[in-house]
Design a protein. Structure first.
Length: 175
């Protein structure tokens, strides 16, 4: 899996970083925060409509980065190279679909990435020049998922609430 390969490449950066479990690595389109059960039907309907208007596409991870910067890294990530425009467009559709339901738009521009690790406690300095340039194989993006995250002492546990097909034809869910 491309995301797991990215995580292994990033591990060369060293200590002070809590690495994301392989099964938890993902691309986030929109973080919703706490959501109440009675809101799920509306959220799922909005996501279904937003995703159905986008066609499946190929993506590739290329390069490692850090938020807010390599000198003060809190998050280590792999960037999306191929498929970046499609991912950004899909994220914009999700933002627009959820805004009428009370979810505020993100104040920062969307940057497609996969979080590979987070600093334990304070930010850390990382030298991204010492890592091999990540260039993953292509992978197919054919759906988006609404995922529930539960924090446990062992880390986050993710559960898929519903998956939404990308099919390029709004209203056609048969593909």
């Amino acid at each position: 899996m491309a995301l797991a390969a990215a995580r292994e490449a990033a591990r060369e950066l060293g200590g002070g970083i809590r690495w994301t479990k392989q099964e938890n690595i993902h691309l986030t389109l929109k973080f919703l925060g706490e959501v109440f059960e009675e809101s799920l039907e509306g959220i799922c309907g909005a996501l279904r409509r937003a995703c159905s208007a986008h066609a499946p596409f190929d993506a590739r991870l290329k390069g490692l980065g850090a938020f807010p910067s390599p000198r003060r890294a809190r998050v280590i990530w792999a960037g999306v190279d191929r498929g970046s425009e499609e991912t950004t467009s899909l994220a914009a559709s999700v933002e627009a679909a959820l805004e009428p339901l009370g979810f505020r738009r993100e104040g920062r521009p969307y940057m497609p990435h996969a979080t590979l690790g987070r600093a334990r406690g304070r930010s850390v300095g990382v030298d991204l020049s010492k890592t091999d340039v990540l260039d993953s194989p292509l992978f197919r993006v054919a759906s988006a998922e609404l995922t529930k995250s539960t924090l446990t002492p062992g880390g986050s546990v993710y559960e898929i609430v519903e998956a939404f097909a990308l099919n390029g034809e709004e209203g056609d869910y048969s593909r």
